[in-house]
Design a protein around this ligand. Structure first.
Ligand SMILES: [Ca+2]
Length: 216
């Protein structure tokens, strides 16, 4: 067997052995001015081999166990979204909801960059009526928006996702799939101090200077 073929086979084995696959794809479509700052408009999609299950509990902060029993609703998290105003525009409020944690929600088998100093936004599936209906079957795409006080483009942050494998009648049907990847966002953008803060610091230093001069 040629060496190149061996290498491809090895990579293929590694890819199937890992529970983390890039089954979620997320991209920024536009960033537009809004009442609270800027709306970051995203598009996300899942593969034909997946579905998004509304079953189980709301994703928790930190790491969630790998979910092969549908005990946790499927979700998508965007990390360290600076200047988050609390406003999220969901693709369909009868199918989705959101939570914001400082750490997580993160599938247990992936490690995104996640600082406790910046909020994450997790959007997750909820059941439409009738109860426990219905998974969104891939291939499927949906859009959502998150508002920030910051609108500077070009900064790359992390996202993760938790899907369900969709293979009716097959042994892998219903198993969890974790994704991790990069996406543009106001990722870890530091707060710029207000001009008033500079004035206060300046006045404090001036006061220190006067006091020291009197002391000598
Ligand atoms: Ca965070």
């Amino acid at each position: 067997m040629p060496l190149r073929t061996l290498a491809v086979v090895a990579v293929g084995l590694l890819a199937t052995a890992s529970p983390a696959r890039a089954d979620f794809m997320v991209d920024v479509i536009s960033v537009v001015p809004s009442s609270g700052g800027f709306l970051w408009n995203y598009s996300a999609s899942i593969l034909a081999s997946d579905r998004l299950s509304p079953l189980g509990s709301v994703p928790a902060p930190g790491f969630n166990p790998e979910d092969n029993t549908r005990s946790i609703k499927d979700y998508l998290t965007i990390y360290d979204f600076s200047g988050f105003t609390g406003r999220v525009v969901l693709p369909n409020p009868t199918q989705w909801s959101f939570v914001s944690y400082s750490l997580g929600s993160t599938p247990a088998d992936v490690i995104p960059e996640d600082s406790p100093a910046f909020p994450n936004i997790t959007i997750y599936r909820i059941p439409e009526a009738p109860p426990n209906c219905c998974g969104i079957i891939g291939p499927a795409s949906f859009s959502f928006s998150i508002e920030s006080r910051f609108g500077t483009r070009g900064i790359i942050g992390s996202f993760t996702g938790e899907n369900t494998q969709n293979a009716p009648g097959q042994p892998n049907d219903g198993l969890g799939v974790s994704s991790v990847g990069d996406v543009e966002s106001p990722f870890q953008v530091a707060q710029v101090p207000e001009p008033g803060t500079f004035l206060l610091v300046g006045a404090g230093l001036l006061g220190l200077g006067i006091w020291r001069r009197q002391a000598t």
